[in-house]
Design a protein around this ligand. Structure first.
Ligand code: NAP
Length: 264
């Protein structure tokens, strides 16, 4: 089992060898990590984006865009690019990419780290119901005027609801179909608590639906719902693969620059 040391550039046949890292991105954490690693003398980092969102500022350093084509193709890509380590810093709900990376890295014998921000936890005064899927959320709404913040590709799960009214907030226009009684608000975080309270009051919202994305950028709506005494339907995260996992960008740097990464 060869040992790959990433802390310092190693010498091979008299020249320095840079360790090659694939950073799966699409999140603020991935961007921060790319910025921290950019220019490190021992590392050659390639950030990867799905390329679905328009107008995204590319992360610092080298970037590639677009899907790999599935686990087999990703494995071939890792081998062709001679990748030494993969950090998956995708969104907690980007389950297909994460599953694909777990399979491809296991088969290629490349170490993988999951950088995953913690989920949200209910506190005193919160009235949350946790559900396992968007479909379950759609069939268990305790109100009539719904603030739907589950993302543009998640709206279709609610499209058959012809009775309720939806305020749909997403960064880009939601993918059809959407519910017949709806107002679409294109906006992106960070959001402030007072603004969220004002928005929910203006639209007479009586239930908030969100995915358990975690993080500070979009947490204000949860505080607003608590202050207004509104119920929250929280869609649980999909299960994560059993690979080493850290919550903080600094811990991902420590893993990458640690004493050794073992490649099988
Ligand atoms: P997904 O369902 O897991 O991904 C669908 C497919 O898109 C994957 O199978 C993969 O294609 C490709 N893909 C996803 N992330 C990629 C990456 N970083 N680099 C290259 N290809 C990638 O993910 P999703 O929910 O559509 O999210 C897409 C991207 O948006 C992710 O990078 C994620 O971090 C970001 N994002 C997602 C959410 C969310 O709520 N889901 C929120 C914010 C940001 P192949 O199978 O062909 O390789």
């Amino acid at each position: 089992m060869p040992i790959i040391r990433t802390g310092e550039p190693t010498k091979q046949r008299g020249r320095h060898v840079r360790r090659r890292v694939l950073l799966l991105g699409g999140t603020g954490e991935a961007r921060s990590l790319a910025a921290l690693l950019d220019g490190h003398p021992g590392l050659d980092v390639i950030s990867s984006l799905a390329g679905r969102t328009t107008g995204v500022r590319p992360p610092p350093g080298r970037t590639r865009v677009g899907g790999f084509g599935g686990p087999d193709e990703l494995r071939a890509w890792l081998e062709n690019e001679r990748i030494d380590a993969v950090i998956d810093a995708t969104h907690p709900f980007a389950a297909r990419m994460t599953a694909s990376a777990a399979i491809a890295t296991a088969e290629a014998g490349v170490p993988m780290l999951l950088l995953r921000r913690p989920g949200w936890t209910a506190g005193p005064g919160d009235d949350w119901s946790r559900v396992s899927s968007l479909e379950a959320a759609a069939t268990s709404l305790p109100g009539e005027r719904v603030f739907l913040t589950t993302g543009r590709t998640s709206v279709a799960a609610f499209a058959a609801d012809t009775r309720r009214w939806f305020l749909i907030r997403s960064v880009e226009a939601p993918a059809p179909p959407i519910p017949p009684h709806a107002h679409v608000l294109l906006d992106k975080g960070p959001f402030e608590v007072e603004d969220e309270i004002g928005l929910m009051r203006r639209h007479a919202i009586d239930v908030l639906v969100t995915k358990d994305s975690g993080g500070e950028m979009t947490a204000a709506k949860l505080i607003a719902a608590r202050r207004l005494g509104l119920p929250v339907v929280m869609v649980d995260r999909p299960p994560a693969p059993g690979v080493p996992t850290v919550a903080a960008v600094e811990d991902a740097v420590a893993w990458l620059l640690g004493p050794e990464i073992t490649r099988s």
